[in-house]
Design a protein around this ligand. Structure first.
Ligand SMILES: CC(C)(COP(=O)(O)OP(=O)(O)OC[C@H]1O[C@@H](n2cnc3c(N)ncnc32)[C@H](O)[C@@H]1OP(=O)(O)O)[C@@H](O)C(=O)NCCC(=O)NCCS
Length: 200
């Protein structure tokens, strides 16, 4: 009986290692891979940046504390099919790209989001990462549309989306508030059919 339990645990751990290892995607300068224990210090170091926070939702912590980092890693590590992948460069987690699937009548929509350590901005890293995440979502999840919301002035993010083939579909005028200022929100999207065309 006990040996059954031991072999089950070993099988489970092997499968977990295998599935977690499989979900890695090479980048020219590193890789996308699941979050894991040990990423916390790097996460705090790279994520705690007002210039990142200025372009993301308010729930993204600023300052980004060790407690925030532990909570993030705990809820994102070791998933069979993670929603969030760390951008790893030189062995360090220096950014994130991920998505959330919406619910109710929007349940075939995924909202994609990403951030990168300022030390690595402008090197084409997110331009490389977004098509990978887009493929990953369409291949593994029942999603018909992927969209992103970009705050006005965030030219870099808009370029990342355009380069990946996302359509600039709408501007929600002064829909967002950041730093006590109303800002336009630019909506970019890609449909499954468009993705199929792009990757044919
Ligand atoms: C947006 C962000 C992820 C871009 O990542 P990145 O790896 O630096 O982007 P890339 O190097 O792939 O650059 C993409 C394009 O934008 C341009 N770009 C990047 N930053 C720019 C800036 N501040 N102003 C103007 N253009 C910029 C690049 O020159 C490149 O243009 P190209 O495609 O014509 O060559 C990164 O700046 C970031 O983390 N910002 C803060 C968080 C954020 O905005 N998240 C997205 C919320 S929607």
């Amino acid at each position: 009986m006990e040996s059954y339990v031991v072999s089950d645990v070993i099988t489970y751990l092997l499968l977990l290692t295998l599935t977690t290892t499989l979900i890695t995607f090479p980048l020219s300068v590193g890789q996308l891979r699941p979050w894991r224990d040990g990423d916390e210090d790097s996460l705090v170091y790279h994520a705690s940046n007002r210039r990142i926070w200025n372009n993301v939702r308010d729930f993204f912590p600023y300052p980004y504390t060790p407690r925030d980092a532990h909570a993030w890693v705990r809820s994102n590590k070791s998933y069979h099919q993670p929603n969030n992948l760390a951008v790893e460069i030189d062995g360090q987690a220096v950014g994130n790209i991920g998505f959330t699937v919406k619910d109710d009548i929007y349940r075939y929509n995924a909202e994609v989001g990403y951030w990168l350590s300022e030390s690595y901005w402008g090197r084409g890293i997110m331009t490389e990462a977004l098509p990978i995440m887009t493929n990953y979502i369409f291949q593994n999840f029942q999603v018909n549309r992927i969209f992103a919301c970009v705050l006005e002035g965030n030219v870099g993010s808009m370029r990342v989306l355009e380069s990946a083939g996302y359509q600039h579909e709408a501007i929600h005028r002064k829909a967002a508030v950041k730093n006590n200022q109303y800002l336009d929100e630019h909506i970019f999207s890609m449909l499954r059919t468009e993705h199929k065309e792009l990757t044919r």
